[in-house]
Design a protein around this ligand. Structure first.
Ligand code: BDR
Ligand code: CA
Length: 310
């Protein structure tokens, strides 16, 4: 099994990613760290606990991390995810506890305690917690096995500004630090996540599981869908964050290029842009496997199969 820490700002698509991980025996989730992103931290940490309980895993440690980006005020995405961040179905408040330790300290302690090169970080939101951990404890950087994250865009460009994807835009300074860290990086940008589109039959397949998890995932994707349908005229909602977990489980579902990716932090117009050297027109050293294509049928088959185990 592969040990992972999920760093997240749930978010319906984060929730589905967490469920996919918890339904997969190949992955050992050491803990979840919440970050401010789609909605403020008090809601993201609560939503993370709701999802763990839904998966029947109230034993998992959930930590609250950073409540704001490194340098800029928090930008949220209630216009996509609703007021709670998990709008759609009615959900009861979680009863499992929030850990007292700060999420950043959990990341640092875990990377120091586990054998070097055995823990993968899976950021599904702004990169504030990861960058803060790296800044505070640089010794952990070389101990990270890999970072597989959802963020950025190249051909598909922006969803929060014309140039920037939400997770990177919210904390570009944090993203810059992570992309410059030297840790092996795999990036699932909008280019690939917009291929993981829910369609009516795909949502039906969730519902047809006949389980609480299936019903919730269907209700979340129904809610989440309305935004992308109206906005982009697309068939359904992109399941952004589950691409990260699917990559860990079945990398052969994806193709991409190992290229140089830099983060724009200065320009007011393009702040948070992932400047991806897809055509290798510079001699800047490659630092990320930037995913570009996805076998969507294989992706949804995997998702349904794993959700069925919960
Ligand atoms: C990313 O932003 C959030 O709204 C989603 O949860 C995803 O992580 C997509 O741009
Ligand atoms: Ca997210």
């Amino acid at each position: 099994t592969r040990k992972i820490i999920i760093d997240t700002d749930p978010g319906q698509d984060d929730a589905v990613a967490i469920l996919l991980a918890l339904g997969s025996p190949e992955l050992e989730v050491l803990g979840l760290t919440a970050v401010a992103g789609n909605v403020p931290l008090p809601l993201t940490q609560k939503n993370a606990r709701i999802v763990c309980e839904l998966a029947g895993r109230p034993d998992l440690p959930v930590f609250a991390g950073c409540d704001r980006p490194l340098r800029h005020p928090l930008v949220t995405a209630e216009h996509v995810h609703g007021k709670t961040g998990l709008d759609g179905p009615q959900m009861a408040d979680p009863v499992m506890p929030l850990q007292e330790q700060h999420g950043v300290d959990f990341i640092i302690d875990t990377l120091r305690a586990e054998p070097s090169g055995t823990v993968t970080l899976c950021p599904l939101g702004p990169l504030t917690n990861i960058a803060t951990a790296f800044a505070r404890a640089p010794d952990i950087i070389e101990r990270v096995q890999e970072i597989v994250l959802m963020g950025g865009a190249y051909f598909q460009v922006g969803n929060i500004t014309p140039a920037a994807e939400f997770n990177i835009y919210v904390d570009p300074e944090a993203a810059m630090a992570v992309f410059a860290s030297g840790v092996p990086l795999v990036v699932a940008p909008l280019d690939v996540t917009h291929k993981a589109l829910t369609t009516a039959p795909r949502v039906e397949a969730f519902r047809a599981l006949g389980t609480e998890v299936g019903r919730m995932v269907a209700a979340w994707t129904d809610f989440f869908e309305r935004f992308d349908k109206e906005k982009y005229g697309s068939a359904g909602a992109p399941l952004h964050d589950p691409c990260v977990i699917a990559y860990l489980l079945k990398p052969e579902l994806f193709t991409g290029r190992f290229i140089n990716v830099e983060i724009e932090v200065n320009s007011p117009l393009t702040r948070g842009m992932t400047v991806a050297d897809w055509w290798r027109v510079t001699d800047r050293a490659p630092n990320a496997l930037f995913l570009g294509d996805l076998d969507a049928e294989g992706f949804f088959a995997l998702l349904v199969e794993r959700l069925a185990r919960l």
